[in-house]
Ligand binder design. Structure first.
Ligand SMILES: Cc1ncc(COP(=O)(O)O)c(C=O)c1O
Length: 464
C-alpha cells in the first residue's frame, strides 16, 4: 500500500523520524494520525473513535482533556512560564511538589530530583549511585543489576539498564563497561521448572541474584533496579514472595534497591504505589508518566537520607553537585504534577481504580479458555494476555511477535487502543475508566481476538 501523496500520513512519514517502529513498515502503512481526545476516548483524523485501553503509553491516568489540569498549566504559564533550579534558584511549584512527593512516596524520603522523562530519571539514578559510592570512598562499587526484559528507558544509560533485546541490538547497548548486568526474568509461566511453585521459583531467582553478586564481588555492586510489575516486558507480575527474597539479598550485600515506579506509580496496581502492592522497601524511587497524568513531561527521583547525605558530603568535597537539566523542576510541569496529585487524592482515584480491578480481571480471565490464550495476568488496572500456538506445550509463534502485532492492528480496526507485547496484548486503561468502559474495551478485544484466531487458522499457525 502506498500513501496518498500530500496526505497527512505521507507528509508525516516524510518528516518525522518515529520512535519504536519498523521504519520500513511505517513508510508503507503510514502513521495513525490522532487529532483529539477526551476522557477515555481518542479520535483519528478521519473522525474514527477509539477507546483508550493503554492510557496513552501506560501514563494518562486521568484520561484526556481534563480542564483543571489545562487551567493549571495555563495559569502557571502566565505567572511564571519558566525558571530553572540551577545555582540556587527555585520556585514554589517545585518546592510544593517535592514536599508532596516526600509525603506520599513509598520510602523514607529525603530529597527529590526532577527530570523530564523516565529515561533521564533512571540515568540520574545510575549517576547518583556512582556519585554516592565515590563520596563514600568505594570507587569500585559501581555495577547496577537490572533484569532480563526489564524496561527502564532508552537513553544510553537507561537503555543499558533495560533488558530487552530490540533496544540493544544495533545500538551498541548495553554499554560495554562491565557496569550493567541483568538477572533473571521472573516470569513463572515461561521460566518455572516443571512443578516448581511460585515461591520456589522466587527463591531460585533470589539465589541466582545472590550468586551473581558473589561472582562479581559485593564490593563492586552498587544497586539493583526493578519495576514492581514489568510493563513493556509483557506485564509480568512477580511470583509470590519474589521481592521479599530479592530485597533480602540486596540488603545482605549493601546493594541499593531502586524501584522504577514509572508505570506502577500512582494507583496502577491497586495501591498508591507498586512498592506497596509487592512489599518492596526501596532506597530510591523513579516516577514519571502518571506523575502528571502525561499532561506535562516530568519525572522525579526520590532518594532516602543515606543517599542524600553522601551527595551532600561529595558535593562539599568537590565544590558542586554537578548534575541537572535546564528543565529540572520546570514550573509548569511541577504545577501540573501538584494538581494531578491533588485530583488523585481529592477524587479518590486510586480507590476508584482498585474498585474497578475485579471487573477488569474478570473480563481478562474470561479469555483464558480461548484456543489462542496461554496466560492471562493482571493486578489492579494493568494486565495482559499471552498467545500460544499450543496451550499444552506453551509453544509460541514464528516469527516471535507476529501474532501479537496482528492482534494489535485488529484492535485498532475495532476501535480499541491496546499494545502488543511480544505475542500478546497489554491493557492499562486510564484509572478513571468505569465498568461499562471496561466492558467496551474487552468486547472490542473479543472481536480482535476472533480476527486473530481466524488469521492464525488460515495461515496454519496453530499447532496440531
Ligand atoms: C518502567 C519504565 N521506566 C522508565 C521508562 C522510560 O520512560 P520515558 O519513556 O519517559 O523515558 C518507561 C517507559 O515506558 C517505563 O515503562
Amino acid at each position: 500500500m502506498s500513501l496518498k501523496p500530500g496526505s497527512n500520513a505521507a507528509r508525516d512519514v516524510a518528516a518525522v523520524l518515529h520512535p519504536m517502529i519498523n521504519l520500513g513498515m511505517l513508510e508503507e502503512k503510514g502513521p495513525l494520525m490522532i487529532s483529539r481526545a477526551k476522557g477515555v476516548y481518542i479520535w483519528d483524523d478521519q473522525g474514527k473513535q477509539y477507546i483508550e485501553g493503554l492510557a496513552g503509553l501506560w501514563s494518562t491516568a486521568l484520561g484526556y482533556g481534563n480542564e483543571e489540569l489545562a487551567d493549571t498549566a495555563y495559569q502557571q504559564l502566565k505567572d511564571l512560564s519558566f525558571q530553572h533550579m540551577f545555582m540556587g534558584k527555585s520556585h514554589e511549584p517545585g518546592m510544593l511538589l517535592a514536599e508532596k512527593l516526600k509525603e506520599i512516596a513509598p520510602l523514607n524520603a529525603s530529597r527529590v530530583f526532577f527530570g523530564c522523562s523516565g529515561s533521564d530519571a533512571n540515568d540520574t539514578q545510575v549517576k547518583l549511585m556512582w556519585f554516592y559510592n565515590n563520596a563514600l570512598g568505594r570507587p569500585n562499587k559501581k555495577k547496577i543489576i537490572g533484569r532480563v526484559k526489564g524496561y527502564h528507558g532508552i537513553t544510553v544509560v537507561a537503555g543499558s539498564l533495560t533488558g530487552l533485546a530490540p533496544m540493544h541490538t544495533g545500538w551498541d547497548l548495553p554499554l560495554d563497561c562491565g557496569r550493567f548486568l541483568h538477572t533473571d526474568f521472573p516470569h513463572h509461566y515461561r521460566h518455572a521448572e516443571k512443578g516448581e511453585s511460585e515461591e520456589d521459583f522466587a527463591t531460585r531467582c533470589a539465589n541466582n541474584l545472590e550468586q551473581m553478586i558473589l561472582r562479581e564481588g559485593p564490593d563492586t555492586v552498587a544497586a539493583f533496579i526493578a519495576e514492581p510489575v514489568m510493563a513493556a516486558g509483557g506485564v509480568i507480575i512477580p511470583p509470590r514472595t519474589y521481592f521479599e527474597k530479592i530485597q533480602a539479598v540486596c540488603t545482605k550485600y549493601d546493594v541499593i534497591f531502586i524501584a522504577d515506579e514509572v508505570v506502577c506509580g500512582f494507583g496502577r496496581t491497586g495501591n498508591a504505589f507498586g512498592s506497596q502492592t509487592f512489599n518492596i522497601k526501596p532506597d530510591s524511587v523513579t516516577f514519571a508518566k502518571a506523575l502528571t497524568s502525561s499532561y506535562q513531561p516530568l519525572s522525579a527521583v526520590v532518594i532516602n537520607d543515606k543517599i542524600y547525605q553522601a551527595c551532600l558530603d561529595g558535593s562539599k568535597k568537590l565544590g558542586t553537585f554537578g548534575h541537572g537539566y535546564t528543565y529540572s523542576g520546570h514550573p509548569v510541569c511541577c504545577a501540573v504534577g501538584l494538581k494531578t496529585i491533588e485530583i488523585y487524592q481529592r477524587d479518590r482515584i486510586f480507590e476508584h481504580a482498585a474498585k474497578m480491578a475485579p471487573k477488569f480481571r474478570a473480563r481478562l480471565e474470561g479469555f483464558q479458555d480461548h484456543p489462542l490464550v496461554g496466560e492471562v495476568r493482571s493486578v489492579g488496572l494493568i494486565g495482559a494476555i499471552e498467545f500460544v500456538s499450543n496451550k499444552a506445550t506453551k509453544a509460541g509463534f514464528t516469527p516471535a511477535g507476529s501474532v501479537g502485532a496482528y492482534a494489535f492492528d485488529r484492535c485498532h480496526a475495532h476501535g480499541l487502543v491496546a499494545r502488543n507485547v511480544g505475542d500478546g496484548v497489554a491493557f492499562c486503561p486510564p484509572l478513571i475508566v468505569n465498568e461499562a468502559q471496561i466492558d467496551e474495551i474487552f468486547d472490542k478485544f473479543a472481536l480482535a481476538l476472533q480476527d486473530t484466531l481466524d488469521h492464525v487458522t488460515r495461515e496454519g499457525l496453530l499447532a496440531a
